[in-house]
Every structure is written in structure tokens, then in C-alpha cells.
Design a protein around this ligand. Structure first.
Ligand code: URA
Ligand code: SF4
Length: 263
């Protein structure tokens, strides 16, 4: 494809990607591809109604309080959060959006300028690319897909969030994951992958492998904003998404078989 055509494609101004059967090469799987030990079910009805986390509580108490929250208190806690310096410069917090029963959770780094204006993740140019990639897979946000970020407030100038900011915000994403119980977490880019896995590694070395975040399978691919700058790697991201989709289909088939088998 010419560079011009690729740029039009990114902007969502050309036909969407089409799925070609037999295209994806099979990549090695690093860990057994079964979903085990799903966390206990949680929902608003059973969660205590603890909306505000007092500013003075220490990090451990704050984390414990967040781990008890249902969706509504959690969203309210994020909306009023001042736990890290990013609170001072944000316009909107960006909680996350989508199907609260989603199989797929996509995790980015943090809101950019448009997200900070609108309060929704991935609504700028990178978000349009993400939506186009989802559409090419026959998926869309809100339908078996949830989209969130590592930090809920925009780092000024779109800098990478600092370690202390990531640490302050992590309990919210952890609770979102507990409530969602997704079949897979897709870490978009290095910040999300390294934060969730707790280990410094390159995206190139992590692609095509199944990791875990606590009990949930986690796989990685390039961040859409990186893909906008590095067009040739779009094909690799497409391979990654197809690989992930194959694993999810396998786990679904395995789970269905487990349900059917006697005893
Ligand atoms: N980049 C991200 O990582 N997240 C967004 O929500 C938007 C851009
Ligand atoms: Fe709170 Fe997270 Fe925003 Fe920091 S980035 S103020 S921890 S919501």
C-alpha cells in the first residue's frame, strides 16, 4: 500500500481492513492457554456502597477500600480522585468504557488531549485506528469489548506517566479487571504491558506469548499511536490481534467442552 493510502486508512478514510483466512502465522504460546482461577464474581448489588476514599487514608487502606467497590462507587471514586499529581492538570478523568461483561479488555497508557476533553478513552486519532482494527476483527467497543487505561488522568504533554502516578492509579484498573472478569487483557504498548506484568521488556519480545495479570490471560501488541508513526508495524499488530482472537476462541471451545463433559 502506498504511504498516502496507509495514511488515509489510519484516518478511517479508506475501506476497512478485511480479514483474510489463513493469513496469520502461528506464534508460540508461552503458557498454557486455559483460563483458570477466575476471581470471585462481584457486582454492584453485593458490593458495599463506599463511594469516597478519604484523602488521608494510607495507600494500603485506600487499595482495600477500592477492592470492595462496585462499578458506580468505583467510577465516582475515579471522578473525584486526587491521589496523584495528574489530578491538578486534568480536565476530565477517563474511567473506561464498554461492555461490563466483556471478554476483551484493551488497556492503553493514559488519556491524550481529546480523551481529557471528552472523558472517554481512545477517541482521538489513535482511537480511530483502534476502532478500525476492532472493526476488521468484527468487533466494536461496547460489544464484548471494554477499553481502559493505566492512568485515568492525562499526563501533561502526553508524557509517559511516572511510576508514582501509575502506582496510585493501579488499584482502579485492578478493580475494573476484577469486576469485568475478561477472558483476555490486551496491553496496548509498552507502558501498559510493563505495568501489568511488572517487568521491563520490549513489545517485540512479548508479542505472540500468553502472560497473566493475576489470574487473567494477558497478551500484548503495539500501541495504536505508535502504529500511526511506524506504519510497517501495523501488519504485526494485525497478526497479534488475530493470534489473540485464536487463543480466545480456543479457550471458549475448551470451556464449552468442560461444561459438556460428564462429572
Ligand atoms: N492513548 C492511550 O493510551 N489511551 C487513550 O485513551 C488515548 C490515547
Ligand atoms: Fe487519581 Fe489515577 Fe487521576 Fe492520579 S491518574 S488523580 S490516581 S485517577
Amino acid at each position: 500500500m502506498s504511504r498516502r493510502a496507509e495514511i488515509l486508512d489510519e484516518m478511517g478514510l479508506s475501506p476497512r481492513w478485511t480479514l483474510r483466512e489463513g493469513f496469520v502465522r502461528t506464534l508460540p504460546t508461552a503458557a498454557p492457554g486455559t483460563v483458570t482461577g477466575a476471581p470471585a464474581a462481584a457486582d454492584d448489588a453485593r458490593s458495599p456502597d463506599t463511594h469516597a476514599v478519604p484523602a488521608a487514608v494510607d495507600a494500603q487502606d485506600r487499595g482495600a477500600a477500592i477492592m470492595q467497590m462496585g462499578w458506580t462507587p468505583l467510577a465516582e471514586a475515579v471522578a473525584g480522585c486526587t491521589a496523584c499529581p495528574l489530578a491538578a492538570t486534568r480536565n476530565c478523568t477517563v474511567f473506561g468504557v464498554g461492555d461490563r461483561q466483556a471478554s476483551w479488555l484493551f488497556v492503553g497508557e493514559g488519556p491524550g488531549a481529546e480523551e481529557d476533553e471528552r472523558g472517554e478513552p481512545f477517541v482521538g486519532q489513535a482511537g480511530r485506528l483502534l476502532d478500525n482494527m476492532l472493526a476488521a476483527l468484527g468487533m466494536k467497543r461496547g460489544d464484548d469489548v471494554y477499553v481502559a487505561n493505566i492512568v485515568k488522568c492525562r499526563p501533561p504533554g502526553n508524557r509517559v506517566p511516572a511510576a508514582a502516578e501509575v502506582a496510585a492509579c493501579e488499584p482502579y484498573l485492578h478493580r475494573q479487571i476484577q469486576l469485568l472478569q475478561p477472558k483476555v487483557i490486551v496491553a496496548l504498548g509498552k507502558t501498559a504491558a510493563v505495568t501489568l506484568l511488572g517487568k521491563e521488556q520490549s513489545i517485540a519480545s512479548m508479542r505472540g506469548k500468553v502472560f497473566r495479570y493475576r489470574d487473567t490471560p494477558l497478551m500484548v501488541t503495539y500501541h495504536p499511536a505508535y502504529l500511526l508513526r511506524t506504519l510497517p508495524d501495523k501488519i504485526k499488530a494485525w497478526e497479534d490481534l488475530c493470534f489473540i482472537r485464536e487463543r480466545v476462541a480456543e479457550w471458549r471451545a475448551g470451556a464449552a467442552q468442560d461444561l459438556q463433559s460428564p462429572g
